[in-house]
Design a protein around this ligand. Structure first.
Ligand code: PLP
Length: 424
């Protein structure tokens, strides 16, 4: 370790607090010991984790670089300026705010910038692939604003753009929101732009899930179309657990005021430094290769599951994730999640469009390839992973001591042994 860095010191933690040190170790063992297929998770680099575990966490820096409410901000200003410069360059954006604490915080700020309580907005419905912060009743977004929801077409299972247009004309929303958490296909940003222009709405793209694919130039960018794009930094992007917003110069002041002081207090300067590190990583050719491989892997995984009767909605994927209908194999999402868990495979149950089950049971699973691709797995491994998932889902048990669970777990161990996560 460098002599002049003072930060993450595991030995000191273990000596003082063996309970929490034990959690850190067993969580690392859990990550290393199974297949991680949750579409919103990834494996950030040691350099990102180092910035997170640094003394920048101590600094109060309310305000923005050069305009802080506290002294002593010269050093953290450098970190935030680098994060902003790298973020705008990476996405070709006119303005970036790197202070949101998370995806939900970023979204709060976007609402705050463009809407007042009671205003109407249009967004994808949660059961069709949207997000809680897109107007669900249990979220501030559904309680304080009037959310109108569009969904997917029953046949294509992809976004029903005609419905978006019809609802936009009927309700004249202030904001139209595109994006979600379980959308396997590319979003037609040009169509959304045209609809927003027709009704004079702000176009907001919540790119939380797929911004990493945009950063790696593996899919088209929403930036040329959207007024504002909110995102997380810990999903495909592979940075620290946090968020961000990019927007046109026209909306820069409104977004900055909405992040601070409307919604947040002091920014997390250690996380902002880690975001700067991550944006630098994302600008490398290696990251572009990674983003392309994430999609290639997702396509193979979706197709393999489909061959086992675990039908991918929309027929496949263009992104890092696929959503699968388990009704043909007569298993619920809840049961599938438990069976996979017992077999050393972490994924999540997920509602599918027009799902007859309650959300906590669900008829589907969602799988994503960001983590396993970061481990170095490729298309060949994805067929193995698909076969293992299918076997766990259709013939496995939620009991980890069951013979099938044990057998699959053995094969998972063999596979991940060849692609160790956080190998030293
Ligand atoms: C993950 C996600 C969020 C929320 O991000 P958090 O960091 O968990 O708050 C918001 N919108 C979408 C579409 C997401 O997928």
């Amino acid at each position: 370790m460098s002599e002049t860095f003072y930060g993450s010191d595991f030995d000191a933690l273990q000596a003082f607090d063996p309970d929490i040190a034990g959690v850190l170790l067993s969580e690392l063992a859990r990550l290393r010991g199974g297949l991680q297929l949750i579409a919103s998770e990834n494996m950030s680099s040691p350099q990102v984790l180092t910035a997170l575990g640094s003394t920048l966490s101590n600094k109060y820096a309310e305000g923005y670089p050069g305009r802080r409410y506290y002294g002593g901000c010269a050093e953290v200003d450098k970190a935030e300026n680098l994060a902003i410069e790298r973020c705008t360059a990476l996405f070709g954006a006119e303005h970036a705010n790197v202070q949101p604490h998370s995806g939900a915080s970023a979204n709060q700020a976007v609402y705050g910038a463009f809407m007042s309580p009671g205003d109407t907005f249009l967004a994808m419905s949660l059961p069709h692939g949207g997000h809680l912060t897109h107007g669900a009743k249990v979220s501030f977004s559904g309680r304080w604003f009037n959310a109108v929801h569009y969904g997917v077409d029953k046949d294509t299972e992809d976004i029903d753009y005609d419905e978006v247009e019809r609802l936009a004309k009927a309700h004249h929303p202030k904001v139209i929101l595109a994006g979600g958490s379980a959308i396997p296909r590319l979003i037609d940003f040009a169509r959304f732009r045209a609809i927003a222009d027709e009704v004079g709405a702000i176009l907001w793209v919540d790119a939380a899930h797929f911004i990493g694919l945009v950063a790696g130039k593996a899919i088209p960018s929403p930036v040329p179309y959207a007024d504002v794009v909110s995102f997380t930094t810990h999903k495909v992007l592979r940075g620290p657990r946090s968020g961000g917003i990019i927007c046109t110069a026209e909306h820069a002041a409104a977004i900055d005021k909405a992040v601070f002081p409307l919604m947040q207090g002091g920014p997390q300067m250690h996380t902002i430094a880690a975001k700067a590190v991550n944006f630098k990583e994302c600008a490398t050719p290696e990251y572009a290769d990674y983003a392309r491989q994430v999609i290639a892997n997702a396509k193979v995984l979706a197709a393999t599951l489909g061959e086992h009767g675990i039908r991918p909605t929309t027929g496949g994927t263009d992104t890092h994730l696929s959503l699968h209908d388990l009704q043909p194999v007569l298993v619920t999402g809840m049961e599938a999640e438990a069976r996979c868990d017992a077999a050393g495979i972490t994924l999540n149950k997920n509602a599918i469009p027009f799902d007859p089950q309650k959300p906590n049971v669900a008829s589907g699973i969602r799988v994503g390839t960001p983590f396993v691709t970061s481990q170095g797995m490729g298309s060949e491994e994805m067929t193995i992973v698909g076969d293992l998932i299918a076997r766990a889902v259709t013939t496995g048990s939620s009991d980890p001591d069951d013979a099938v669970s044990k057998d699959i777990r053995g094969q998972v161990t063999e596979l991940i042994g060849r692609f160790p996560a956080y190998a030293r």
